[in-house]
Write a protein that binds this ligand. Structure first.
Ligand code: FAD
Ligand code: MLT
Ligand code: ZN
Length: 438
């Protein structure tokens, strides 16, 4: 009865979908690990409609799960408690590129690849990039503080956001899209990284960077992780260094089986490090000079853009290749670089008989520990990460997958402050209940 009334009221102000064959697509995540249900999906077309949806849901006391591209990997955007899904996908407005200020305003539903096309046409770029670029949205990236492959140069999403517009649980709108680089009129409300529990992000004012089209990419075959860390230390001083990603032979074999790609190197190596430099001048000579000084067992250099994309595919196809093997437990963690070798030595003993696929963003000590089959070893792995001074979530967020372990990375005082902020902004706990905060 309540849902019928809600559906009727929402239909008067926005687009509503109740057909289960359509809503099903909003109820399961990319990996298939998180499968929820919803009575309806609201698809507002602008901020005013989002505000109206929230006012109506708040009036009826109905909880809401905000959702963008549904590419999240911690179950944060899936309605596991039968909540209404508020999809931001129709908020696809893109403002003019301000080349002088290096800024643009993007609607929450703008997909990363569309944002890239828009700003690249103006000779600029967005500093965040990752494999889900064709589906992940600006709202989802801000809500998760997405990281990706260029963090070593441009930081995470947080460093690339100047301000956001958001709808609060009661339907009020907060808008900080003016783009003033200097504006010390109080503190920032913490929407970046809030995973949909504090407000619905409807737009963001984004910082842009110069478009660097001269690129040099190399794949290094190395004997072990300490050798990869040593190579990283030598490469790090290059101001053109943009990416340093690693993967292992088990993952490479899976990717090759999934994609049909040939081996990228003559021989198999214990560790593969994929590095890319980008600059307005050709960065190849400086990359070559550094690579020559490295004791890498094998180095493959991309000959052209197509070759570069081929090398990237070995790294970026890991997620889909792992999915094709089974439903994975995905543990995205970060450790201080000096702790990586000891952690990796201990890892096999922590995961029991699960199949392990490991890859990630080496410069941030960000490991993607993917496990298939066996007992779920989340608790043992996350405790070991915390013991080493690491983070239980490097870039994917906490979502529903890791909320029970948040205390390993955050102190009681921090958790109390989080709860106080949540209570202040969402006293009825209507926004994404069960996500992020245990
Ligand atoms: P969703 O999955 O829809 O939602 C994610 C979270 O944000 C949920 O908690 C949801 O409630 C909340 N949310 C979404 N939109 C809003 C909004 N407008 N307002 C408030 N809350 C909202 N992540 C990385 O950080 N780095 C990577 O390298 C990376 N690579 C990936 C590669 C693949 C192949 C895949 C499938 C995923 C990858 N991800 C990566 C994870 C994912 O793409 C990011 O977390 C992304 O930011 C999620 O965006 P989305 O629009 O799909 O959000
Ligand atoms: C990546 O770096 O490719 C992602 O974060 C996705 C994943 O962890 O599977
Ligand atoms: Zn990643």
């Amino acid at each position: 009865m309540l849902m019928e009334r809600l559906s009727e009221r929402l239909s008067l102000v926005t687009r509503v979908v109740t057909d289960p064959s359509v809503t099903a697509g909003y109820c399961t995540d990319f990996t298939g690990r998180w499968r929820g249900s919803t009575p309806l999906v609201a698809l507002p077309g602008d901020t005013a409609e989002v505000a109206e949806v929230m006012r109506i849901c708040a009036g009826e006391g109905v909880p809401v799960v905000p959702q963008g591209g549904n590419t999240g990997l911690v179950g944060g955007g899936v309605p596991m408690g039968g909540e209404v899904v508020l999809s931001l996908r129709r908020l696809t407005g893109l403002g003019p590129v301000d080349a002088a200020a290096l800024q643009v305003t993007a609607g929450a539903g703008v997909v990363l690849a569309s944002l890239q096309r828009h700003v690249r046409a103006a000779g600029l770029d967005f500093g965040v990039d990752f494999a889900a670029r064709d589906a992940a949205t600006v709202g989802g990236m801000v809500a998760t503080n997405a990281g990706g492959e260029r963090v070593l140069r441009y930081g995470t999403t947080r460093a690339n956001v100047i301000g956001v517009e958001a709808v609060l649980a009661d339907g009020s709108v907060i808008s900080r899209l003016g783009g003033l680089p200097k504006d010390n009129t109080g503190f920032e409300l913490p929407f970046t990284g809030s995973e949909g529990v504090l407000g619905i992000i409807t737009a963001a004012r984004l910082r842009l960077v110069p478009l660097l089209e001269r690129r040099a990419t190399a794949l290094l075959g190395l004997p072990d992780v300490p050798a990869a860390l040593a190579a990283l230390a030598v490469l790090r001083p290059l101001d053109s260094l943009e990416m340093a990603e690693f993967f292992l032979p088990e993952g490479l074999r899976l990717v090759r089986g999934h994609t049909g790609l040939p081996s990228p190197t003559r021989e198999e190596h214990a560790v593969y490090l994929l590095v890319e430099c980008a600059a307005s001048r050709d960065p190849e000579p400086e990359l070559h000079a550094v690579l020559e000084s490295l004791p890498a067992a094998e180095i493959v250099i991309a000959a052209d853009a197509a070759d570069r994309h081929r090398l990237w595919r070995y790294r970026e196809a890991h997620t889909e290749a792992i999915n094709s093997r089974g439903v994975p437990v995905k543990l995205d963690v970060a450790l201080p670089l000096g702790e990586l070798p000891a952690f990796l030595d201990d890892l096999p003993g922590l995961i029991g008989d699960a199949e392990l696929y490991l890859f990630g963003h080496l410069a941030e000590g960000n490991l993607h520990v993917n496990l298939i089959g066996g007992q779920d070893p989340t608790d043992a792995v996350l405790r070991r990460v915390a013991l080493a001074g690491g983070s239980i979530s490097a870039e994917h967020g906490v979502g529903r997958a890791k909320s029970s372990w948040l205390h390993l990375s955050r102190s009681p005082a921090e958790l109390a402050a989080f709860r106080a902020v949540k209570r202040a902004l969402d006293p009825g706990c209507l926004l994404n209940p069960g996500a992020l905060l245990p």
